[in-house]
Design a protein around this ligand. Structure first.
Ligand code: ADP
Ligand code: MG
Length: 234
């Protein structure tokens, strides 16, 4: 529990700082990108024109934008919009979104949802972001393909379990405590922000995340969320 609390404290501090900084970075970034594109259009006819320089500049600018956007998600929503939703439908949307990436990586996504899953009070887009981040990690962990199973079942009468099981590279035991730390990544192109965002969002949903893994066997990510409780009226 102490470990969890410490992580939560760190996250809220990082979140507040990051949201402020991220917001300030976005506008100048948009200006920079516009002028680089303008410059490229002007330079195209020059004898020393190197298109790859512009491609690198633009893709690096996109990368900054991507990181900044991931940070922005940590900002507490101005108007919180928690609504009871069918999370099976949210998950189907996300799976549809990632189908192309899965096919390109030879990954089969399977789903096993119990039929009587109650609604979950949630910020729809934030919860989708969590599913996207976890599914992407699973796909990225299977460069040679494999099965990716998504299960949903009741965990108790008031809680639902969402389980993601991949057959990927796994995570060495000593690195498990580092998951969710800002900037912890083992990928060359990683940001190390995806799981931090997941922890933060699930925390605001009064849920929890548990990750277990075996090197070279695969990883299981469990999310437990409280289900929607109907208000009792006369
Ligand atoms: P990123 O994906 O940018 O590296 P994340 O926060 O999403 O950042 O993940 C952090 C790290 O956790 C990854 O770099 C990887 O080492 C590990 N990881 C997360 N999910 C998985 C998974 N399903 N299989 C193997 N490793 C994983
Ligand atoms: Mg990731």
């Amino acid at each position: 529990t102490e470990e969890l609390l410490r992580k939560a404290d760190k996250l809220s501090l990082v979140g507040e700082l990051a949201a402020g900084v991220a917001h300030e970075i976005r506008n100048p970034l948009t200006a920079l990108k516009g002028f680089v594109q303008l410059l490229q259009a002007k330079a195209e006819n020059h004898p020393d024109y190197k298109p790859e320089y512009f491609e690198i500049m633009l893709s690096e600018l996109d990368r900054i934008h991507f990181i900044v956007n991931e940070f922005m998600l940590l900002a507490k929503p101005q108007v919180s919009n928690f609504q009871p939703k069918d999370i099976r439908i949210l998950m189907q949307h996300v799976v549809a979104l990632l189908t192309t990436q899965a096919i390109m990586n030879d990954v089969q996504i399977r789903t096993e949802f119990e039929s009587d899953i109650p609604l979950v009070t949630c910020e729809e887009n934030q919860l989708k972001q969590v599913f996207v981040n976890i599914l992407k990690n699973a796909i990225e962990a299977m460069p040679n393909g494999g099965d990716l199973m998504i299960q949903m079942k009741m965990y108790s009468s008031e809680k639902v379990l969402i389980r993601f099981v991949d057959q990927g590279c796994g995570i060495p035991e000593e690195l498990i405590p580092k998951l969710g730390n800002p900037f912890f990544t083992t990928k060359e192109q990683g940001t190390g922000l995806g799981l931090m965002v997941c922890y933060k969002i699930i925390e605001t949903h009064q849920g929890c995340i548990h990750i277990s893994s075996e090197k070279d066997k695969g990883t299981t990510v469990d999310i437990i969320l409280p289900v929607h409780v109907r208000e009792v009226r006369e």
